[in-house]
Design a protein around this ligand. Sequence first.
Ligand code: Q46
Ligand code: ZN
Ligand code: ZN
Length: 322
Amino acid sequence: MVASASKCRVCKEPAIIDLPRHNANFCAEHFLELCRRQVVKAIEKFDMLSKDDNILVAVSGGKDSLAVWDILVDLGYQADGLYIGLGIGDYSDVSGEYAKSFASERGLNLITIDLRAEYGYDIPTAAKATRRVPCSACGTSKRHLFDKAALDGGYTVLVTGHNLDDEAAVLFGNTLRWDVEYLSRQLPVLPARNGFPKKVKPLIRLTEREMAAWCIVRGIDYLVDECPMAVGNKHLAYKAALNAIEQQSSGAKASFYLNFLDNMAPLLAGRSAAATDELGTCTSCGAPTTSDLCAFCRTAEKARAHEPVPVELVLSRGRRRR
Ligand code: Q46
Ligand code: ZN
Ligand code: ZN
């Protein structure tokens, strides 16, 4: 991770990681301190959390969601986890094990939901039944179930592990299309409103690489493999493009996203307020929606009516299309 002769910027002991965007190297202790400081900075700047909050962390078993849960508990927040079994073959089975081990080893409370057992469908089947890309059916399902679990469980805020790379990639995609509606909603805090819980992203100042390093230093085992259904996802292409730019110009990714929040997001604030005022109620589940049935109930209805589809079939069809 770092040249062997490198020294920590703070204590001059041997460094374990170089962070070109900070133009510095850090030992394990001072790297963890930097990560905590970046999270505190994000929380304070955007008024994300207070110590009185009852927090629910959306946990996938990957590095980012386990790291954010670990950091919040480390900082003294009260936080439970929520894991959703999406039925994506071995990937889901293994990711669930990582989430459960993390929680049980630390005595933390993890709520689990199994999509097929509790809602009668899984993501590969939903993708086939709705003829949408898997991440679209998956995002609809996860958003609904995260919101519902947070509201039903009396949690005051829902935390996700989106990091700087994730948010910069989404911003890149929204900017390439000049999608003003999405740009206006791309904030690290969404307040509670119209039947939605408050949602926050405390990792926006930290990169994927930094979160992987946090997990290694803290001894957190996480699922390294990407979701097999993400293959061909534009989000991955945007991340690769930003990484190429970052290679040439350290700090470009952070300034692209963080300066958007400072300089551009305030100008778009009126657009997002206007876009959220016209919600009705889903006739099936009561969730907020713009039509009779919410997107989750429409997805679930179609997927339940379809025979179960193994993940391999969806992946092989995707490969043939390309
Ligand atoms: S789990 Fe679901 Fe992700 Fe897999 S299908 Fe796509 S959205 S990639 S974070
Ligand atoms: Zn040090
Ligand atoms: Zn519904």
